[in-house]
Design a protein around this ligand. Structure first.
Ligand SMILES: C[S@@+](CC[C@H](N)C(=O)[O-])C[C@H]1O[C@@H](n2cnc3c(N)ncnc32)[C@H](O)[C@@H]1O
Length: 372
């Protein structure tokens, strides 16, 4: 075994020796969030051009500016409450929060308090540095939220949640677990149990070897958020697709992927803690979990349609400004975010509300029928 954090490999191997093979979800949880050596918790994570992977936020401030416009619309749809809050969960290096707060200057939400829910202490510190002097507070998990009228938003939060890996044997589904043999981590399959088995009862038959991921971690989060936000919105932008697309024949190897230095690999058992591990979000399951938790489903669309709908003001502001250098830069960023063959179709936006009647947001005006 080699890699950036041998300490974690040794401790994982000890856990497996003591208790037998562990579900992959447990392995991924420790690889990403082990308090000492996890990819996000140890300071290894690096986002952006010089880091391990890009997100929408790396493209430039225009993404935060567009989201800021959506939040002002949401605040109006809530009747302009004076006790309104923004909540960002999973804020990475704090860049998106900074872009949003900067864009809200001069709007009615200029002084809106922002609560960041961030489970990595190292990233909390980086965010605090970037957001110094702003009206921002931090909590490590959603249980710490008071009851609020708020918009909860996230960018690539759910694709960083640990997932169960399941594989078809041609007849039924098995859970993939991690064992340790001769000093190396190996795959072992086990019958699924609990909530995972319940979900798999509804899964269609797939050919032997077909592998896919299931995330059970959204359920408790969405329940807690519903309890804390009696009036408000939830907006999530993430990699992912519907359950049907995830189970399409050509996706027989699933979507789990690892990233380090912009190189992608498909071996999550190698170098735990030294690289990102991510899986596409199953938006059908997210929708079902949110509705069961008490959220009203609003809309779902790809990033291309979401941003075209949400960025009318930006497009107008660019009229006559190109080839002005600032306008040209903004236009290039917008093109990258919107391009249907790039980020525009890889990412999707989903919106839920609570305590708001028939909320219509400009970002979802071109969404069409939900395909979840
Ligand atoms: C893929 S990064 C995305 C960062 C940023 N939103 C962006 O788009 O650049 C995932 C972030 O979510 C955080 N995270 C993961 N699970 C979390 C949870 N349950 N609560 C709060 N933060 C979480 C990670 O520590 C990290 O900051």
């Amino acid at each position: 075994m080699s890699g950036k954090s041998p300490g974690l490999e040794v401790r994982l191997a000890e856990e497996i020796r003591a208790s037998g093979p562990i579900p992959f979800v447990r392995f991924m949880e420790r690889a990403l969030y082990d308090p000492k050596s996890g990819y996000y918790t140890s300071g290894t994570a690096s986002i952006g051009k010089a880091g391990d992977f890009f997100t929408n936020v790396s493209v430039g401030p225009v993404y935060g500016e567009i989201l800021a416009g959506q939040f002002v619309e949401m605040w109006r749809l809530l009747g302009c409450p004076s006790d309104f809050h923004l909540i960002e969960q999973g804020a990475g290096d704090g860049q998106l929060a900074g872009d949003i707060l900067h864009a809200l200057a001069g709007t009615p939400l200029e002084d809106v308090p922002l609560i960041v829910i961030e489970r990595s202490e190292v990233l909390q510190a980086a965010q605090a540095d970037k957001l110094a002097g702003k009206n921002v507070s931090w909590i490590p998990c959603e249980e710490g939220l008071p009851e609020l009228c708020a918009v909860h938003y996230s960018n690539e939060l759910f694709d960083a949640f640990p997932v169960h890996l399941v594989r078809s044997d041609g007849e039924s589904w098995e859970e993939m677990c991690v064992g340790c043999e001769n000093g190396a981590f190996v795959w072992v399959v086990r019958p699924p149990g609990g909530d995972l088995a319940e979900i798999l009862k509804e899964y269609p038959r797939r050919p032997a070897g077909f592998t896919t991921e299931i995330c059970l971690a959204c359920r408790p989060l969405l329940r807690t958020l519903a309890a804390r936000i009696p009036r408000g919105f939830l907006l999530a932008v993430d990699y992912g697709m519907s359950r049907e697309s995830l189970l399409a024949g050509h996706r027989s190897e699933g979507t789990l992927a690892c990233y380090r230095g912009h190189r992608r690999d498909a071996n999550p058992l190698e170098s735990p803690g030294g690289k990102d591990i991510t899986a596409h979000v199953n938006f059908s399951l997210l929708r079902d979990d949110a509705v069961a938790a008490g959220w009203e489903f609003g809309s779902f669309t790809d990033q291309h349609h979401f941003l075209v709908g949400a960025s009318a003001a930006h497009l107008l502001s660019l009229e006559g400004k190109v080839p002005d250098p600032a306008g040209g830069k903004k236009l290039r960023s917008l093109k990258m975010l919107l391009h249907p063959e790039g980020l525009g179709q890889k990412f999707h936006a989903i919106m839920f509300s609570r305590g708001v009647n028939g909320a219509k947001l400009s970002g979802f005006q071109f969404a069409g029928e939900s395909r979840l």
